[in-house]
Design a protein around this ligand. Structure first.
Ligand code: NAD
Length: 465
């Protein structure tokens, strides 16, 4: 059940009698229908009336309607207008382009544009690597989507995906000073997406694939990695995997278990789950058991696609079959990137002592975190209203900052692991506890250390090759 939060905030402009009790009456009316009042501003005052902007967090459109009705029903009060602050924030989009050069006079013009620019073009034609030195390529990343798996909204198409991609670009800039730009493609054809991204790649020093549905996302990423000489990173896969591996490292520090002795159940073997398993396997876990909508993944299961066949071949060392609930018995760790409300406290009780539960399905996790806490030692979710939020923002800005600074031509698992370790290490022993296994998304220390770790790995690999 959604709770009122800043993601849905309304401002209601009301006209009310100028009585001593007016403010109290208005705020009480909002509170009585469970609105969370965040601001009360008198915008106009006359002898016969006051006009007030009441800002409140709500949980849904119906809830906003309840607040309006409650205010309108007060004697002498009239609601003039309701504004949704989230929509106001999006008017005209969230990004703009700003030139970095002054264009004040003919001299400026002849250097930034013709005729001077022609010599720069010729230099790049003679030495294409100079594009990184002399153009926006140096610091620019394409945020590419086909709109097929947007947030929890599903296949809503490229135009509807644009607000998310703009937000992503804003985060790139805010946390790592990367100039990212949304590229929302009006096609969901794998070959066409690959061809288009290949064709537009000259402008960019990196490609961030976003919200492209599995299993198409695997092929698109793999083929683009083969064809392009810039890093291609599907954030829903690898951003998630980096933060999960970082969080798991710290959760296991809290409970004092070596990963080599842990049985880890991963629920969900789509974009996020597959990438988590791939990266986890690099850490030599005791055993990994993957579960999807059809139960435990094992090599004897029928209808395995390429992805599931690979997972079956690398996990489940005892080749067990069965349900998620059966998989959980004796498990040290649960990592869920699947679907809401799959189990309860009863199943957590069957896990090993000091169990770790990461229930990351959004917006509703695989288990209510309050239930999980009854028997688990460490609990994490993808949500901002609980401790231990597993959020890709901890990873992707710093990862790309490092890749761009190192002029990387590819990205690999070593770089992802370096990023994960860097995130985990931000939480030192003095701060580490069951409610603090990952740094805050607003911790400005994170992106620079992730960038440094990725950059060092790129450079080390370049020296070794
Ligand atoms: N940082 C985060 O918190 C974070 C990051 C990535 C994904 N997620 C969440 O993880 C979930 C999956 O994301 P995705 O992009 O990998 O989706 P996806 O569609 O690619 O994969 C979903 C997987 O879940 C499995 N699944 C569905 N219903 C199931 C059930 N009842 N029992 C077991 N498995 C089931 C499917 O078989 C599939 O393997 C979403 O809720 C997403 O919001 C959270």
């Amino acid at each position: 059940m959604p709770v009122p939060g800043p993601g849905y905030s309304i401002t209601v402009r009301v006209e009310a009698p100028p009585s001593a009790s007016a403010a109290g009456d208005l705020t009480t009316a909002v509170g009585k229908v469970s609105g969370v009042l965040t601001a009360f501003d008198v915008v106009e005052s006359r002898s016969d009336a006051i006009v007030v902007d009441i800002t409140a967090n709500v949980s849904s459109a119906d809830h906003a309607e309840d607040i309006t009705t409650a205010l309108n029903s007060l004697p002498g009060v009239r609601v003039r207008k309701i504004s949704d602050r989230t929509f106001l924030l999006h008017l005209g989009g969230k990004l703009e382009v700003n030139p970095k050069v002054a264009l004040r006079n003919r001299d400026d013009l002849s250097r930034a544009y013709t005729p001077g620019v022609a010599r720069v073009c010729q230099a790049i034609a003679a030495n294409p690597e100079d594009a990184r030195r002399l153009t926006i390529k140096r610091n620019t990343v394409a945020v590419v989507t086909d709109g097929s798996a947007v947030l929890g909204l599903g296949n809503i198409g490229p135009a509807a995906a644009l607000p998310v991609m703009e937000g992503k670009a804003a985060l790139f800039k805010k946390f790592a000073d990367v100039d990212a730009w949304p590229v929302c493609l009006d096609t969901q054809d794998t070959e066409e997406i690959i061809r288009i991204v290949q064709a537009l790649a000259p402008v960019y020093a990196g490609i961030n694939l976003e919200d492209i549905a599995a299993p198409r996302c695997f092929e698109i990423e793999a083929r683009l990695r083969e064809r392009l000489d810039i890093p291609v990173f599907h954030d829903d896969q690898h951003g998630t995997a980096i933060v999960v591996v970082a969080a798991l490292r710290n959760a296991l520090r809290v409970v004092g278990k070596p990963i080599e002795q842990c049985k880890i159940v991963v629920s969900g073997v789509g974009a996020a789950g597959s990438a988590i398993i791939r990266l986890l396997l690099r850490k030599n876990p005791g055993d990994v058991v993957a579960v999807d909508i059809d139960g435990i993944v094992h090599s004897g299961r029928s209808n395995l696609d390429d992805n599931l066949r690979w997972v079956a071949s690398k996990t489940n060392s005892h080749n067990v079959s069965g349900t998620l609930h059966e998989a959980l018995v004796g498990a040290d760790v649960f990592i869920g990137v699947s679907a809401p409300n799959l189990f309860g406290a009863e199943q957590v009780r069957t896990m090993a002592d000091n169990a770790v539960v990461f229930a990351l399905a959004n917006p509703d996790p695989e288990i209510d975190p309050l239930e999980a806490q009854q028997h688990a030692a460490v609990v994490a979710t993808g949500r901002s209203d609980y401790p231990n939020q597993i959020n890709n923002v901890l990873a992707f800005p710093g990862v790309f900052r490092g890749l761009l600074d190192a002029h990387a031509h590819h990205i690999d698992d070593e770089m992802l692991l370096a990023a994960a370790n860097a995130i985990a290490d931000v939480v030192d022993d003095g701060r580490l506890n069951a409610s603090f296994i990952v740094p805050s998304v607003f911790d400005s220390a994170v992106a620079p250390v992730v960038a440094d770790a990725v950059k060092a790995t790129v450079r080390r690999e370049a020296q070794e090759s």
